[in-house]
Design a binder for this molecule. Structure first.
Ligand code: ASP
Length: 600
């Protein structure tokens, strides 16, 4: 029978009891992790968010009724216990911080009984994720998820503390707003008062934070929830959290400076890890050329090598044709020590490459004894093969993989392959934190789909002064004052210096194919505000979920979000999104014409 806790006051969390408390009486409350009834003695592992401590109920120490109750405890019962802290008589449990202690109980109260949970509440659960997410409130009791959320809380607390010390103001911006320029699909909220009109949930506080700069709040930050209606990949959520900031009267280096100090502070305080400053900088072009990615993982080598010149006139048409393309290239990576990879596995790599739009993958496998297996042997003389191996620094036992196509495809394929192989070789140590700033992004990106340039970051990103005179003649070559912070192959955050000059902004809209009217229609309030004195400003935003995922070593961001959504953007626990009543729709002036059958 469940009782109230009247008259009792918790003195400690379970794992906060230490050797200093030996001999003291404590009152603990929590969930039964495990109860073992050994006849005259009952052992209970008591759990709360801090961890576990062992409680002993022994006949004679405690009244008959309580002792009997102790014998009937089950997993997940909520209990209150009073007892005396003792040194553990049995073997010390090295896995628990309280493993050398136990509490000899003299009082027990059951505060709530519990049905058998649908899965055991335990660390490193083998339960299917769908089931865990359906009963997320039980899943959140598990120690590994608890530790993740505790670290997350620490990160946000420390961020607030750091930003306050650096003179930032925390200011909230609206959730119900207008479309922001981040380029993803918006989540829309219908307006009842303005039938047919919709708010957009913010993809980021971008425009508002720039307006705050216009208003003179020269250092703003916010731990901001953002919404993007994109097709979900493993590391995406429809709603996610950004550490968002904007600064006035600064240039790129100032933003990078504050942010690398923030990161160093967080890693030191949360993980005891020293981040050497300044963090390495790498221009975007170099990142693409060397790593095939704008978020290179620097924990391992396997850099891309350009062999276009060497093979452009060879007899292997896959190489020579690619080299002849206007933007064509032939590049390779050396997977050291993987030369004995079985044919079947290499075929799998070829399939993997095709997933990145490659037509195929050419390879040279060098055996430990120097024997060479090459997928294009018949088109190459022995000397040509030897020359290519030399260019790739190939040694006995190495596997050389080549992609030939337009640059964009080759970068993508080899960039992804590099990471795939590193994973396979166990080169990805989650405790090795390699930070990198990627700078000098292209201002514009050509969209084949839209047949026009689009902004690579967003339309308010400042071009590099020295490139601006090429905006009409060679817009694709203009670089931006944009920067991303990358950690172990993951883009942690990004930002830019913003345009604050009217003429540059107008030109930028023109290049992006906006008419003046269209630009004004979408961003009138910002452009209007800029007329009344706008300071030079710049900013950056981090994905908090990703940051915490990397800090905790979690495999997915779902493990660092209390109530995450799954791939199809639904919540398995609440079943959101859901159908609403006819009356609600009517009030909003909305008629639904298309419903997923499963939801009818
Ligand atoms: N608003 C940008 C983003 O969400 C970040 C920034 O430019 O500050 O990616």
């Amino acid at each position: 029978m469940a009782e109230s806790m009247q008259g009792l006051k918790r003195t400690h969390r379970c794992a906060e009891v230490t050797a200093k408390d030996i001999g003291k009486s404590v009152t603990l409350m929590g969930w039964v992790q495990k109860a073992r009834n050994k006849g005259g003695i009952v052992f209970v592992d008591l759990r709360d968010r801090s961890g576990i401590i062992q409680i002993i109920f022994e006949d004679g120490d405690i009244n008959e009724e309580c002792f009997e109750t102790a014998g009937k405890l089950h997993a997940e019962y909520v209990i209150a216990v009073q007892g005396v802290v003792e040194e553990r008589r049995g073997a010390v449990n090295e896995n628990l911080t309280t493993g050398a202690l136990e509490v000899r109980a003299y009082m027990l109260r059951v505060l709530a009984e519990a049905e058998t949970p649908p899965f055991p509440v335990e660390e490193n659960s083998r339960t299917k994720e769908e089931l865990r997410l359906k009963y997320r409130y039980l899943d959140l009791r598990r120690p590994d998820i608890t530790a993740n959320l505790m670290l997350r809380s620490k990160v946000t607390m420390l961020t607030r503390e750091f930003m306050a010390k650096e003179g930032f103001l925390e200011i909230e911006t609206p959730m119900l707003g207008k479309s922001t320029p981040e380029g993803a699909r918006d989540y829309l909220v219908p307006s009842r008062v303005h039938p047919g009109s919709f708010y957009a949930l913010p993809q980021s506080p971008q425009l508002f934070k720039q307006l705050l700069m216009c208003s003179g709040y020269d250092r703003y930050f916010q731990i901001a929830r953002c919404f993007r209606d994109e097709d979900l990949r493993a590391d995406r959520q429809p709603e996610f959290t950004q550490i968002d900031m904007e600064l006035s009267f600064v240039d790129q280096e100032d933003v990078m400076d504050v942010n690398e100090r923030l990161l160093a502070y967080l890693f030191k305080e949360c993980l005891g890890v020293d981040v050497p400053l300044p963090i390495q900088r790498m221009p975007w072009q170099e990142a693409m050329d060397r790593f095939g990615s704008d978020k290179p993982d620097l924990r391992f080598g396997m850099e891309l090598k350009d062999v276009t010149e060497l093979v452009k006139d060879c007899g292997f048409s896959v190489f020579s044709n690619a080299a002849a393309l206007p933007d064509g290239t032939v590049r390779g990576i050396n997977a050291e020590g993987m030369g004995n990879m079985p044919r079947k596995k290499i075929d799998k790599l070829v399939e993997f490459a095709k997933g990145y739009e490659a037509k195929g993958l050419a390879y040279i496998a060098i055996g430990e004894d120097g024997t060479i297996k090459s997928s294009f042997a018949k088109f190459f003389t022995e000397e040509e093969t030897a020359g290519l191996i030399r260019a790739m620094d190939g040694k006995n036992g190495d596997l050389l993989l080549f992609a030939a196509d337009r640059k964009k495809i080759v970068w993508n394929v080899l960039g992804a392959l590099r990471c795939e192989l590193a994973e396979e070789q166990g080169l990805l140590d989650k405790k090795d934190f390699r930070f990198l700033w990627v700078t000098d992004f292209p201002l514009l990106e050509w969209s084949d789909e839209e047949n026009r340039f689009t902004a690579m970051h967003h339309p308010f990103t400042m071009p590099k002064e020295e490139d601006w005179d090429r905006i009409d003649t060679d817009p694709g070559s203009v670089r931006a004052k944009a920067y991303d912070i990358v950690l172990n192959g993951v883009e942690l955050g990004g930002g830019s210096v913003r345009i604050h000059q009217n003429d540059i902004q107008e030109k930028m809209f023109e290049v992006l194919g906006f008419t003046k009217e269209q630009a004004w229609e979408q961003f009138s309030f910002l452009l209007e505000a800029f007329k009344y004195g706008v300071p030079p400003h710049a900013g950056l935003a981090y994905g908090l979920d990703r940051l915490v995922m990397l800090m905790t070593g979690a495999d997915t961001i779902r493990d660092v979000i209390a109530f995450p959504k799954v791939k199809d953007a639904s919540c398995l626990m609440t079943s959101a999104p859901g159908i609403v009543s006819e009356a609600q729709l009517k009030e909003l002036g909305i008629e639904v014409t298309d419903t997923k059958e499963s939801e009818q």
